[in-house]
Design a protein around this ligand. Structure first.
Ligand code: 1HN
Length: 358
């Protein structure tokens, strides 16, 4: 055989080998290594911004055209990352939606393994009943719905209300861990108390009731703006007094926690509120795992990777895994709500963080 004939022979044998791999449902690593084990995270989700001025009118139109009720369950419209086409996912692990409830409307009871929260940038008048406990929703409040808790929503007023939902739907989908159950068709309660039972029992600073709770999820269903605002203001005031209080200069931050153990308020989702003094620019930080931010008050510029956006009250942005993010408060003080999947990465030993030097 000539050398050329030998090479031809080997190529034909290789082609047969690959064909036989495919026929046997096998894939060799050497053709795939960079997809399977990239040098750094390669998220499909891309940095993206959604404007409140776009979201709200579309939610309002849904309110006029689309009823809310059994089956669909919620008038929630997901923020779908353009890097993950065909899926209603904001990042690889997080689902974010604007939900709209018209005057006197009700969203029926159900429960699911997916963990959820609501965050309110404007409006009031809806109560979310969590396991039969009526929890009011007003601007700046964070309301929890831990996994497998029955919940329903109820607008008791003559005006509509919209808010943001965050859930770990993509994560639970990947893990094939989803269970769902419908609840009763009638409201568990039509009560409209100022304070939920959960707050009356659990929202006293540094004090926990001595009874043993029934669950390990946070027993506190509402984190009120008055407390969040005071905590942030005090951090900046203490910083002015020369006391160590903030994660970086001009940047106050609090994390919402489970009063049972001081860990994240939700098992799979980290929730935080950040306040930047006017003129402050944060360090550029990369974290493994993804996050979604919503501007609560003020305006500024967010840089994610190579791109920059001007953002204002109500605007949301998605930060994919390992994308560097930096936020600048331009004009006045800037308040932002942030949620992420960090507790999951932490629990699995996959967490990593890198602060780029200025
Ligand atoms: C859900 O239960 C809510 O309770 C919001 O408000 C969004 C998306 C998918 C499945 C269940 C809510 C949801 C959801």
């Amino acid at each position: 055989m000539t050398q050329t004939q030998e090479i031809g022979h080997e190529q034909a044998a290789l082609a047969r080998l690959y064909a036989d791999f495919a026929a046997a449902d096998m894939t060799p690593l050497w053709t795939q290594r960079e997809d399977l084990m990239p040098m750094t995270p390669q998220p499909k989700a891309v940095p993206a911004v959604w404007r409140w001025s776009t979201l709200y009118p579309l939610a309002e139109r849904s309110g006029e055209l689309v009823p809310v009720g059994r089956g669909g369950e919620r008038r929630a419209i997901a923020l779908a990352n353009p890097g993950i086409p065909g899926q209603p996912y904001t990042t690889a692990t997080l689902w974010t939606a604007i939900q709209y409830l018209g005057p006197r409307e009700t969203a029926p009871a159900h429960r699911h393994m997916q963990t959820a929260f609501r965050f309110v940038v404007e409006g009031e008048g809806v109560w979310t009943n969590v396991e039969g406990d009526a929890v009011s929703m007003t601007r700046g409040d964070l309301l929890l719905t831990p996994g497998w808790h029955f919940h329903e929503h109820h607008n008791t007023t003559e005006h509509p209300m919209a808010w943001i939902d965050g859930l770990d739907i993509p994560l639970v989908d990947q893990l094939d861990a989803g269970f769902f159950e419908f609840g009763p068709d009638e409201l568990a309660t039509t009560a409209t108390p100022e304070r939920s039972q959960s707050e009356r029992l659990w929202a006293h600073p540094g004090l926990r009731p001595v009874i043993e709770p029934e669950r390990t999820a946070s027993p506190l269903m509402a984190y009120r703006w008055a407390h969040t605002n005071a905590a942030l203001s005090e951090q900046l005031a203490l910083e002015d007094e020369g006391i160590r209080a903030t994660p970086e200069r001009g940047h106050a931050a609090v994390r919402f926690t489970n009063p049972l153990d001081g860990r994240d308020a939700l098992r799979t989702i980290r929730t935080e509120m950040h306040r930047l003094r006017a003129g402050t620019t944060t360090a550029s930080v990369r974290t493994v795992g993804s996050a979604v931010w919503q501007v609560f008050d003020g305006s500024g510029t967010v840089r994610i990777g190579e791109q920059a956006w001007d953002v204002g009250t109500g605007d949301l942005f998605a930060v994919p895994s390992w994308a560097p993010v930096s936020i600048a408060a331009e004009g006045g003080q800037l308040d932002l709500f942030r949620f992420s999947d960090e507790p999951v990465y932490r629990a699995l030993g996959l967490d990593r963080r890198y602060v780029e030097s200025a």
